[in-house]
Ligand binder design. Structure first.
Ligand code: SF4
Length: 422
């Protein structure tokens, strides 16, 4: 039986690699607690154990020697995979593990000293090579991690890294580079200096290595989603707020990484609301109340269009969708035009990436978001069912919140039924 144990202990003594957020976590170091967790999880059935701990298993500041000795004793005759930086791979540590089928995993990242320097890895190729040689001298194996698409990448770097890796390691893992929340790389994405690869792009770049028994491809080692550390409210009207880098990052995410819920094959586009999250607003609540009892509702995906772009409703609680404010009364003619152009493009990109069986919308006729949606659908030749009854709207448009007037909601319900029956 194979088992993986995540041990949160201490912190990576280096912690400076620009692409890594894990190395920034800090935990208490407690040898006794570690041994307890280890003993509770590792019995005689475990033939192969992988220990991950965001840092270095051989760094005694992170994993005390007593714990290492205990692990070495228990794992004798069995396979053990641990991670370490090269500088902690010493004869003293390796000596302890004699009799264990040890695999030491190390981050090579990229076989280029200049790139390693820029990644702030604090390791040179020479140091990596020396650590590999020492591990092999003891009869143990080396697993090397290589970053696919790191910042400062260049044509041919991946080939170079794989070549170097295969020369000194017994196996390689090609890892997709993701912007971790706490890592500096996240800012590179926000500023547009670098961008993560989606599955298709990753598969294309790594295709030639597929099938090589010594190479594993790891597209999704990280539950990736934009997570912002600084959560300031984004309040204002104008280009700066329309094209805020945080909104752009999310739009990139929704187009290249997000997959709509499988069972939600009917999309209903709705306007945003002043109250956040959207689903708590009077407008959204009233619309939901009117349609939630119908069987079609379970397949309905509500998607909001607003100045941050296109927002699937399940993301309404995420920052900054729950912390922005755009006052329509402050819009100028110029910003309205800009809004239309930007929003149409965003909707187009979203609709190219996310396919539905039916497309519905419910906006005031004069709403820029609704107009942008119509234009986008027209250009993509998508049939959009407009659920706003113009005649009824004319009668109620001067009332407060016309979209949720009783007559409008009744008309909405009928129009949905009609749109879905065809
Ligand atoms: S990649 Fe490894 S060495 Fe670098 S900060 Fe993260 S845990 Fe530490």
């Amino acid at each position: 039986m194979e088992k993986t144990l995540i041990l949160n202990s201490g912190a990576c003594s280096w912690g400076r690699c620009i692409f890594c957020g894990w190395g920034k976590h800090r935990f208490k170091v407690d040898a006794k607690a570690l041994m307890k967790i280890f003993d509770e999880n590792v019995d005689e059935k475990v033939a192969c154990l992988k220990i991950f701990g965001s840092g270095s298993f051989f760094d005694k500041k992170q994993f005390p020697m007593d714990f290492l000795k205990h692990v070495a004793k228990v794992m004798r005759g069995r396979k053990l995979v641990v991670e370490s930086r090269p500088e902690y791979v010493t004869p003293e540590k390796l000596e302890l593990f004699k009799g264990v089928k040890l695999v030491v995993a190390m981050g090579l990242e990229a076989a280029d000293d200049e790139v390693l320097k820029k990644l702030r890895k604090g390791v040179t190729l020479e140091k990596f090579k020396k650590a590999c040689e020492l591990i092999h001298k003891y009869g143990f194996k080396v697993k090397g991690y290589i970053l696919v698409n790191p910042p400062f990448d260049y044509k041919g770097l991946l080939d170079k890294s794989v070549k170097f890796g295969l020369k000194y390691c017994d196996e390689l893992v090609l890892i997709n580079t993701y912007p971790h929340a706490k890592a500096e790389l996240f800012d590179y994405w926000i500023s547009g200096k670098w961008g993560p690869m989606n599955e298709e792009e990753f598969n294309k770049v790594t295709k030639k290595y597929r099938g090589n028994k010594k190479i594993k491809l790891d597209y999704s080692n990280y539950a990736f989603e934009p997570r912002f550390e600084k959560k300031k409210r984004i309040v204002g009207v104008g280009k700066k707020y329309l094209l805020h880098p945080y909104f752009n990052v999310w739009q990139d995410y929704f187009v290249r990484f997000y997959k709509r819920p499988k069972d939600k094959n009917v999309v209903l586009f709705l306007p945003c609301s002043k109250r956040k999250p959207y689903y708590k607003s009077r407008t959204h609540k009233a619309i939901r109340r009117m349609i939630a009892g119908f069987p079609f509702y379970k397949n309905m995906h509500i998607v909001v269009i607003s100045n941050p772009g296109v927002i699937p409703i399940e993301y309404s609680d995420k920052y900054p969708f729950n912390a922005y404010d755009w006052d329509e009364r402050k819009e100028t003619k110029k910003i309205k035009e800009e809004y239309l152009k930007v929003t149409e493009e965003r909707v187009k990109n979203y609709l190219k990436a996310q396919k539905y069986k039916r497309y519905l919308s419910y906006f005031r006729p004069e709403s820029e978001s609704g107009i942008a949606l119509k234009n986008a659908c027209k250009k993509l030749r998508i049939r959009l069912h407009d659920l706003c009854d113009k005649e009824v709207y004319e009668k109620v448009k001067d009332k407060r919140n016309p979209l949720i007037q009783r007559e409008m909601l009744n008309a909405l319900k009928e129009k949905i039924k009609k749109a879905l029956s065809g």
